[in-house]
Write a protein that binds this ligand. Sequence first.
Ligand code: V47
Ligand code: SF4
Length: 360
Amino acid sequence: MTDNLKPEHKKLVEKILNQQRIEAEDGVLLYEMELGTLAWLANTIREQKNGRNAYYIRNFHIEPTNICIYNCRFCSYSSKATGNAWEHDLEKIRSIVQTSPKDAREVHITGGVHPSRDVAYYSGILKAIKEERPDLHIKAYSAVELHKMIENAGMQMKDGLQMLKTAGLDSIPGGGAEIFAEDVRKKICPDKANGNQWMEVHRQAHLCGIRSGATMLYGHIESYADRIEHMNQLRKLQDETKGFLSFIPLKFRNSNNPMSDIAECSAIEDLKNYAVSRIFLDNFDHIKAYWPMIGKKMTQILLEFGVDDIDGTIDDTTEIYSRAGAEDQNPGMSSNEMRQLIETAGFIACERDSVYNIID
Ligand code: V47
Ligand code: SF4
């Protein structure tokens, strides 16, 4: 398998197979490796960590508002991008929860960063949801939303997070990470929390016992070195706290946003990127492909490239990607459909809870 490789790639393959850590300097070399070798390595690691299991969860989304003070250039979702603003009040949120699938285990809440809603308002949402459905795991508010709502309240990050935890926050999603590299971030999302601030929110959350996800927006103007540096920062924090549950690469989609002139990357690039993530992030247990964004067929292929989690049933409750050009415009799959998607790809379907306990 390694006979035809360049010497520098051969050395790297040996390191990976011996379960030695890849340095950041070596990471970029991975992107230059041929796809078959990457797939083989990523799948070897996937099988060491998760066997042939492929996880999914019954969940739904709540997007409290698309009004946002920020100006991310890849955003197709905010009211500035759509010309159509919405903001749900507490009654509306209660009614979404009341009519949500009874077998859902998790609600994923994220949205725009509203100019006037504060941490007390967002705590109220959590309390209302727990009153309706005490059993529901609440994965809520990206680090960008948290950074602003807690800053607005003049609170220390750890105190704000503690207040939200007391109100019902169980974990936080991985959104808002984009790419940490400052020069790129200034071009694509100039005004929101920067990379250090994003990391600090997650660090403090982990210290408060709130686990989280981590994303990376790829396939726009970033370099391979930027991607590796992004993952390297995540890997360091994971060494420190062990608080990340999964890594979720998010492919840049170019419809209906100010970055529409940038072509979307190829499917081969997607495969490479997921495989490199699986190899580089040696201290992450799970790599997630968010199926509504990357598409069902691609999700099946990605299971052979290091992915072991395909997120949730969603129940047609998210709009973040539909206008950006997502593969699935009305996302929703029943548990049976999710199992079928996994099983026809040759993997073992495992329903999970939010912290990866397997449900019988
Ligand atoms: O931070 C916005 C991304 C994220 C575009 O934690 C775009 O389990 C591609 O973070 N093209 C929000 N991506 C969604 C998110 C997420 C999704 C699924 C699961 C989890 C999890 C988290 O969506 C934003 C941004 O990176 N995004 N616009 C776009 N045009
Ligand atoms: Fe606001 Fe999020 Fe859109 Fe950025 S991506 S403008 S933070 S809604």
